[in-house]
Design a protein around this ligand. Structure first.
Ligand SMILES: [Fe+2]
Ligand SMILES: [Fe+2]
Length: 216
């Protein structure tokens, strides 16, 4: 397998793992099984916003898609749709961050709106990746020449290319570890705190702790 495809698919798997945690923790909060740790959602949103926009999509937009369009012009409508979705993703993740801030400001009522927007986003992001896996990647595998792969692989050779920022892979790996350490078991390593009767989804002690937390 080419290095290009291996990297794109590895990044899809990493993003899918974060979406899995996001989805299941939200479902448990909704079901009253666990209290929310807003620091976990801060870390998740940081990942689902920055990782695709700064690290993953540039490789698709600048390297993979142009080569696929050159060799398989029949997939142009799908590629254009995917490129438009990359822009749409920026809007959706910004909206999610506003809704998280609204929930932080209003722990009694803010969860439902954040939850609804998050569920929509999770489904949207999964569909986006599935479309790439089912159309662009098979077309690339079938149509790109050996020389195309050499050129693509060379562009992907250095994950720490300055175009993506200083040592971004390490930064995103640290963020993945942070998500795993904050997510309640069995999705992560943190202890589960069950809500007491009548307690809002976000417990008071978690909000107080937030003052101490910083982005990595
Ligand atoms: Fe994409
Ligand atoms: Fe992708």
């Amino acid at each position: 397998m080419s290095r290009t495809i291996a990297i794109v698919q590895r990044e899809h798997r990493a993003l899918a793992a974060v979406l899995y945690t996001f989805d299941h923790v939200l479902a448990d909060i909704r079901a009253g099984k666990v209290t929310a740790d807003i620091a976990l959602f801060d870390a998740i949103l940081s990942y689902v916003q920055d990782f695709p926009d700064r690290f993953h999509h540039p490789k698709e937009d600048d390297v993979l898609f142009p080569l696929v369009l050159k060799r398989a012009p029949e997939v142009k409508p799908v590629v254009e749709e995917l490129q438009a979705q990359h822009h749409e993703g920026i809007r959706l993740t910004s909206q999610l961050k506003w809704k998280l801030d609204a929930w932080r400001a209003d722990p009694e009522k803010g969860f439902a709106q954040f939850d609804a927007a998050a569920q929509k986003f999770i489904e949207w992001q999964r569909k986006h990746m599935a479309k790439e896996e089912r159309t662009v990647i098979p077309a690339a595998r079938e149509k790109l020449t050996a020389a195309d792969w050499v050129a693509a692989d060379a562009s992907f050779a250095d994950n720490d290319d300055p175009i993506f920022g200083a040592n971004p892979k390490k930064l995103y790996d640290q963020l993945l570890s942070k998500i795993a350490s904050l997510a309640p078991e069995p999705y992560g390593l943190a202890a589960r705190h069950e809500p007491k009767k009548g307690e809002p989804e976000m417990a008071e002690h978690r909000r107080e702790e937030l003052v101490q937390l910083h982005w990595i």
